[in-house]
Design a protein around this ligand. Structure first.
Ligand code: FES
Length: 286
């Protein structure tokens, strides 16, 4: 069911996305899977079936495989998801968000974020299936986008989880609005309803930072947002120095000499630019 295509050359993919697309991990079916989550539809362009094998004693996911029909990002996102959830308990796995899947890949093009959403949905569906919980038809309800079969419920959920405020962003994350366009006014109305009731909670960068604040913020983000992800892959990073906007780091553990070291450094830089200041440049000591 996995469909390979040439799209890898058409988008500005990170090396990690290209690698996960060209050499996807954990492709296939687990015949005696304990949990299966199936989401999307071939008619709408993307479909993903996720299989989990769960150790009954520890409650940990000991194997994860996938079959997908989709483009490079769908394959890369599915591959990333299986790598991320292996070894986790179900509750730990449920903390993996679609942003985490995209971050694991060093980012996805905006227009492809819906692939990371599909991965998160498959994970939720599989765990719901394993727990024998009634499949909550969360996405039941009014279909807003008939072209891509997207409900109002899904648009609201994805908008709030990802702080989306424009129709274009909704299209990137759900595909809704990306066809005939008939549903665009309805999407606009939903967004207006969400964000007029609840202020947008986009992470705000502090406006003007003193040097001391900047250093403290960089240290905090490295500790809380960056190191845990690297440590999960047996890597690590050490903050060596901060000179103005230049942040000097040293990669440690599995990150040392890793083929993807450049991608890791770029990912750290993007995170710091996003959360601290646009002018941050990260350099890694060799
Ligand atoms: S109905 Fe949504 S794009 Fe056509």
């Amino acid at each position: 069911m996995m469909m390979l295509c040439n799209y890898v050359t058409m988008w500005d993919y990170t090396d990690k996305v290209k690698d996960a697309f060209l050499h996807p991990r954990n492709v296939g079916e687990i015949k005696d899977a304990d949990a299966v989550g199936e989401v999307g539809s071939i008619v709408c362009g993307d479909a993903l079936k996720l299989y989990l094998k769960i150790d009954k004693e520890s409650g940990r996911i000991i194997d994860a495989k996938f079959q997908t029909f989709g483009c490079a990002s769908a394959i890369a996102s599915s591959s990333a998801l299986t790598e991320m959830v292996k070894g986790k308990t179900l509750d730990e796995a449920l903390t993996v968000t679609n942003q985490d899947i995209a971050a694991f890949l060093g980012g996805l093009p905006d227009q492809k974020m819906h692939c990371s959403v599909l991965g998160r949905e498959a994970l939720e569906a599989a765990i719901t299936n394993f727990r024998g919980e009634p499949i909550q038809k969360k996405e039941e309800g009014r279909v807003v986008c008939k072209c891509f079969d997207v409900t109002e419920e899904k648009i609201r959920r994805v908008a709030m989880e990802n702080h989306l405020t424009t129709v274009e962003e909704i299209t990137n994350f759900t595909k809704a609005g990306g066809g005939c366009g008939e549903c665009v006014p309805s999407i606009e109305a939903i967004l207006q309803d969400i964000w007029s009731l609840k202020p947008v909670e986009k992470p705000l960068k502090p406006k003007k930072l003193t040097n001391l604040h900047k250093i403290a913020l960089i240290q905090e983000i490295i500790e809380t947002e960056i190191r845990p992800g690297l440590q999960a892959d047996n890597g690590d990073v050490e903050l060596i120095d901060i000179e103005g906007s230049k942040v000097i780091i040293a990669l440690r553990g599995m990150c040392t000499g890793c083929m993807m070291a450049d991608v890791t450094v770029k990912g750290i830089q993007s995170k710091l630019q996003e959360l601290v200041s646009d002018d941050i440049v990260v350099e890694a000591l060799q």
